[in-house]
Design a protein around this ligand. Structure first.
Ligand SMILES: Nc1ncnc2c1ncn2[C@@H]1O[C@H](COP(=O)(O)OP(=O)(O)OP(=O)(O)O)[C@@H](O)[C@H]1O
Length: 328
C-alpha cells in the first residue's frame, strides 16, 4: 500500500509543570503529511499552544516535556528520523503567532527583519536584502521597497502578520506551525490571512499545523483535525467527516456552539460547564461532567483514543471500535 509521505510524527507527547508535576498535555500523538494541514481545535486551556510550542522546544522554563518523541523528514523522499525539537528551529520548521509584535523586534526595520533568515542561511547582505523584497511581495505586502524601510509599529496588524509570515518563510521551511495567527484580526483581515496561508501551502507544498479555538477557521483550512480537551486528543480524523458526523460529544458540542457551521445564526449555544482545572481531573472520562450522554461506565476510566475507522479515532466508550489496524 502506498502511503503519503509524512513530514512529522509526534508520539506520546506529555508536558507537565516542572514543579509539582501536574500534567498539562497527556499522551498526544500527531502526524502531518507533506503539503497537508492538521488543525488542532479546542477551548482555551486545552493544551493546543503547548503542544505546538513543544515541536520546537519552545516551552516556558516552568514546564517540561516528560515524554514523547519527534520524527521529522528533512527532505522529500528521505524518510523520517528522530530529532530533538531545538534542532528543527530554522531548519525545516517555522512558527507564526497570534501577536506579531511579540516576534518583530521593534528596533529593526522590516527589510532587515525579513533578511535575517536568509543571512543566517549564508546569503550575502545584498542577496538577503533582495530575497527579503521577494518574500514581502510573495506575502502580499504592497510597495515592498518602501515597506522594507518601515518600522514594525508603522504597519497595520494585518501587514505585521504578513511580515511575520515572510520571516517564517525566509528559512525555507517544509512545515509551518500556526498558533492562532488570525485570532487578533478583524474578520476581513482574518479572511485575507487565511487565503494567504492556503495559497502558500498550495504553491510551496508547505505542510501546516494550525491551532485555533475556532472550528470554522479550522474547517476552512485543515484537511485533518485533532480535537483537544483538557490536555488530551479526544477525536481525530478528516475535518469534513468530523464536522459532518462527529463521534465525540465534545466535538458535537463545539460544532453546536458555532452557528455559522450549521443552523441559523440565532442558534448560538455555549458548552455548559467549564473544562476541569489541570491537576483536578474528574474520575473517569474528563468530559463526563459536561457530557449530555454520560453514563455510569463513563466514570470508570478515561477512555483511550481508539480507531473507529481507517482514518478516524475517538476517545468515547459509546463508539464502536473497529479493527481497522491503521493509525488514523
Ligand atoms: N507557563 C505555564 N505555566 C503553567 N501552566 C501553564 C503555562 N502555560 C500554559 N499553562 C497551562 O497549560 C494548559 C494548556 O495551556 P495552552 O496554552 O496550551 O492552552 P490552549 O489550548 O492553547 O489555550 P489558549 O488558546 O488559551 O492558549 C492550561 O491549563 C494553562 O493554564
Amino acid at each position: 500500500m502506498t502511503r503519503t509521505e509524512r513530514v512529522i510524527e509526534i508520539e506520546n507527547l506529555s508536558i507537565a509543570a516542572a514543579q509539582g508535576g501536574v500534567t498539562l498535555v497527556d499522551d498526544v500523538s500527531l502526524h502531518v503529511d507533506a503539503g497537508g494541514c492538521l488543525g488542532i481545535v479546542g477551548e482555551s486551556g486545552s493544551g493546543k499552544s503547548l503542544t505546538l510550542r513543544s515541536v520546537l522546544g519552545l516551552l516556558p522554563p516552568t514546564l517540561k516535556q516528560t515524554r514523547g518523541t519527534t520524527r521529522f523528514q528533512r527532505k522529500p523522499g528521505e524518510g523520517l528520523r528522530s530529532v530533538a525539537p531545538r534542532e528543527l528551529r530554522g531548519h525545516g520548521v517555522s512558527m507564526i503567532f497570534q501577536e506579531p509584535m511579540s516576534s518583530l523586534n521593534p528596533t529593526m526595520r522590516i527589510g532587515d527583519l525579513v533578511a535575517a533568515g536568509p543571512r543566517a542561511l549564508g546569503m550575502s547582505r545584498r542577496a538577503a536584502a533582495d530575497r527579503a523584497l521577494q518574500l514581502l511581495a510573495e506575502v502580499g505586502v504592497p510597495h515592498p521597497e518602501q515597506r522594507a524601510r518601515a518600522w514594525p509599529h508603522q504597519l497595520s496588524g494585518g501587514q505585521r502578520q504578513r511580515v511575520m509570515i515572510a520571516m517564517a518563510l525566509s528559512v525555507e521551511p517544509s512545515l509551518l506551525l500556526c498558533d492562532e495567527p488570525t485570532t487578533a484580526l478583524d474578520t476581513t483581515v482574518q479572511d485575507q490571512i487565511l487565503t494567504l496561508v492556503e495559497r502558500l501551502r498550495a504553491e510551496r507544498g508547505l505542510a501546516l499545523i494550525f491551532v485555533s479555538h475556532d472550528l470554522s477557521v479550522i474547517s476552512r483550512i485543515a484537511g485533518r483535525t485533532a480535537v483537544m480537551y483538557a490536555g488530551r486528543i479526544v477525536e481525530q480524523g478528516p475535518t469534513h467527516d468530523l464536522v459532518d458526523d462527529p463521534s465525540h460529544p465534545y466535538t458535537r458540542a463545539l460544532i453546536d456552539s458555532m452557528p455559522q457551521l450549521h443552523g441559523p445564526p440565532s442558534r448560538l449555544r455555549t458548552i455548559s460547564g467549564s473544562p476541569p482545572t489541570a491537576g483536578l481531573l474528574p474520575p473517569g472520562c474528563r468530559f463526563a461532567p459536561r457530557c449530555p450522554h454520560a453514563a455510569d461506565v463513563c466514570l470508570d476510566a478515561d477512555p483511550p483514543l481508539l480507531a473507529i475507522g481507517p482514518h478516524r479515532a475517538t476517545a468515547c466508550v459509546r463508539q464502536p471500535v473497529t479493527n481497522a489496524g491503521e493509525q488514523p
